[in-house]
Structure formats: C-alpha cells, structure tokens
Design a binder for this molecule. Structure first.
Ligand SMILES: [Zn+2]
Ligand SMILES: [Zn+2]
Length: 254
C-alpha cells in the first residue's frame, strides 16, 4: 500500500486523506519548514523569529508597514494620492523570503493543514476589521482553476477566520467570470485592465450585499488590484464598507 502510494501519484482527494492519516501518526511539522514541532499548526522557534508578523506602525488605510511611527491615523503616500476602493486592509504576516515557502505551499502545494492557524493569526491582526464586519467573503477563483487546484485558498482562510471570530461566511458571494492572466509581472495599470469585468456578484446572494459591512479575505495582497476590483464591485451593488484581510502582505515598509 505504501509503495503504491509512492509509485503512483494518487488523485488529490486520496493524497489528502493519506496526508491527514500520516499527520495523525507522525509528529507534526513546522508550518514553514520540515522541523518537528510539539503540536500541529505551529511554527518552530527559528521560523517564529524569522517570520515577520505585521504590527503597528502601518498605514491606517492599506496596512503597509511604516518604518517609523507617524500616529495611528497616518496614511501612506500611495493612499493619499489615490484612495483604494476598499476602506482598510490588514495582513497577518509580511510576504518575504522567510514566509514565501509557507505562503506558496498553502496556495499551490496542498499544504492546507495550516489554515486554522493562519485564520487565528488573521483574526488577531484584523481584530478591528472583524469587529466591524457583518460577513466574510473570499476572493473567488475561476472554476477552471478551482478544478485543477481543488481548493480556493482564500475560501479556506475565510472559513478559518469565520470560525475564529464567529462571523458569517458567504463563500460564493463573488464569482470570477473569466480566467485572468497571472498578475505577477504586470504594471499597476495593466493589472487593473487585466481585472476589468473579471468578477460579478452571485445573483443568489445579491440581497446579502446592500448595507452590509463586508470583510474580503485573500491569501496575499500585492498591488491591491484584485482586492480593489472586488471592493469596487461590492460598493457598486451597495456594500456599506469593504475591508480586506489577508494572510500575507507584499511590499517593503514605507
Ligand atoms: Zn520552522
Ligand atoms: Zn496606504
């Protein structure tokens, strides 16, 4: 049985079952490296010191870290020039060389066992946003991507934040209408063009939006173009506020 699992790449659900069985009998690993830890959902002491948990001071709007404290209401230059369509964004950790394996393993590598821990980190980092929200919804994947990846990492995080906070979760409030090109190397303007018309509100959930304070959840915030496109749409159909909560925030402190 074991050798079969090694020789043939099992279908994803089987692999996942095999992994959770293994997780149950093997000592748990650190979320970011192969070091063994005493309980699942933990970082080893080394990763704990290397992974950069976001804390104040940061931009009151987009949450980018500040190198010096300019006061709790200080806004960064980019937000001063043009306010994003969302109200506030917060992140649990900074996306860096140290956290890359953790983030990408969760996104592409089937390493989803950290979701509950990440949800707890996010609930802590976004405490005010969670207190002010009526419901959580994730940034959606296009169905073809969902089909190949088998899970939407943003939805897993959304469920984890919902169970850490007791907030309502609407996993299918937003729908990704078309598959967008990878945003990696695009300029800010090209990212915005790339996402134009990419999302729509699910007709079955349309009543959930007007007057509601929505907490949009995603795994990584880079330029903010995706969060902005979703927030614009939610505002257009009547959301009272749209805040954004992510696992990891890219970008150097300003
Ligand atoms: Zn580690
Ligand atoms: Zn800002």
């Amino acid at each position: 049985m074991t050798s079969e699992l090694h020789n043939v790449r099992a279908p994803v659900p089987l692999r996942r079952i095999a992994r959770s069985l293994l997780d149950a009998v093997l000592p748990p690993q650190c979320l970011a490296c192969p070091t063994l830890v005493d309980r699942p959902g933990r970082l080893c002491p080394d990763c704990w010191t290397r992974i950069d948990f976001v804390s104040a001071p940061y931009c009151a709007c987009c949450g980018i870290a500040f190198e010096y404290d300019a006061g709790a209401d200080a806004i960064c230059g980019a937000c001063l020039r043009e306010r994003p369509a969302f109200d506030r964004a917060r992140a649990a950790i900074r996306y860096s060389d140290e956290s890359r394996d953790l983030v990408l393993g969760f996104k592409h590598g089937d390493r989803t066992h950290g979701a509950a821990a990440y949800g707890a980190w996010m609930a802590r980092a976004g405490r005010e946003l969670c207190q002010d929200a009526d419901l959580i919804t994730p940034v959606p994947l296009h169905w073809t991507r969902l089909f190949t990846r088998r899970y939407n990492q943003a939805a897993l995080l959304g469920h984890a934040v919902a169970s850490a906070t007791g907030l309502a979760m609407r996993p299918d409030l937003l729908i990704r209408k078309r598959r967008t090109a990878s945003q990696g190397r695009l300029s800010a303007a090209a990212r915005e063009r790339n996402l134009r018309g990419a999302f729509r509100v699910n007709g079955r959930c349309a009543d959930d939006v007007p007057g509601r304070r929505i907490l949009l959840v995603d795994d990584v915030l880079t330029s903010g173009a995706t969060a902005n496109a979703c927030a614009k749409l939610l505002r257009r159909v009547g959301a009272a506020t749209v805040d954004v909560l992510v696992l990891a925030r890219a970008g150097k402190p300003r």
